[in-house]
Ligand binder design. Structure first.
Ligand SMILES: C[S@@+](CC[C@H](N)C(=O)[O-])C[C@H]1O[C@@H](n2cnc3c(N)ncnc32)[C@H](O)[C@@H]1O
Length: 251
């Protein structure tokens, strides 16, 4: 609890006022990642392998962008910083713990950008969402990795829809934003990599699936080249009686 409070307090002044409301969920993610480190290990290794496949196939390695970089656990940041001229990490919150780790490792070619990647502002302004259009201005872009971000965008916008007055965001906002992210990623003039959870299951000790839901609002992602299950919450994390398992793809 003390570590979480310190991380929260140190992140507050280095985060823009418009994103401070999200610091708590980033700190919660950080704490959960520490508690569930062994359950998450295989998932993180699978993400790293997918990144290595895409980065290894590039002729040029100038700039790589990581969307939803968060705790920088899903991408092999040391390898990326060695192989690429510049690594750009984009998230709406960069925790103080992540910033401190990056500077301790002296990763001088890593840049942090704080940005809302959802595209919600476009929808609120009555425009077609183009959340990744800004990447077309980034020079020498060779690889863009969407790192387990879109299900979080979907959850965040879904929660906002529930609480909003009628007539603000359209009812199909989540599907529009998920589709805009995927279309925008794969339309970039560089190699795209989509890492995303697509569904979750709640499973009891006997292996019985109590609930299964998809996470991409009905949007079909591109054909994956890799897929695996990620035990997001092992027994004891959410409940002693069940585990929560997310299905993840690399596309
Ligand atoms: C499941 S975490 C991804 C973990 C991360 N890839 C890692 O390696 O640790 C989702 C991330 O998406 C970020 N996020 C959620 N909604 C966002 C938004 N609208 N814009 C930018 N980042 C967002 C969260 O802050 C969080 O860091």
């Amino acid at each position: 609890m003390i570590a979480e409070a310190l991380n929260f307090a140190a992140t507050w002044p280095v985060t823009g006022p418009e994103n401070r409301a999200h610091i708590r969920s980033s700190v919660n993610l950080w704490a959960r990642a520490r508690r569930c480190a062994s359950a998450w290990k295989a998932h993180e290794e699978n993400c790293h392998k997918a990144v290595a496949i895409k980065a290894g196939g590039l002729r040029l390695r100038r700039t790589v962008v990581v969307l939803g970089s968060g705790l920088v656990r899903d991408v092999p940041i040391m390898a990326l910083a060695q192989k690429f001229d510049t690594v750009v990490l984009i998230d709406r919150v960069h925790l103080a713990s992540v910033r401190a780790w990056l500077s301790w490792k002296k990763l001088d070619n890593v840049r942090l950008i704080e940005r809302d990647l959802s595209g919600t502002d476009d929808l609120l302004a009555g425009r077609a969402p183009e959340p990744l259009a800004f990447l077309r201005q980034v020079p020498y872009l060779d690889l863009v990795i969407s790192a387990n971000l879109i299900s979080q965008i979907a959850l965040g916008v879904g929660a906002r829809l529930e609480g909003q007055a009628p007539g603000q965001l359209p009812q199909d906002a989540v599907a529009q934003l998920v589709a805009a992210h995927i279309d925008g990623l794969f339309a970039l003039p560089c190699t795209p990599l989509l890492l995303t959870d697509t569904a979750f299951s709640i499973i009891d000790h006997s292996g019985h699936v109590h609930e299964r839901s998809e996470l991409l609002a009905g949007v079909t992602p591109p054909k994956p080249f890799g897929a695996w299950d990620w035990t997001l919450a092992p027994p004891g994390e959410e409940s002693p009686d069940y585990r929560i398992v997310h299905h993840v793809i690399a596309a």
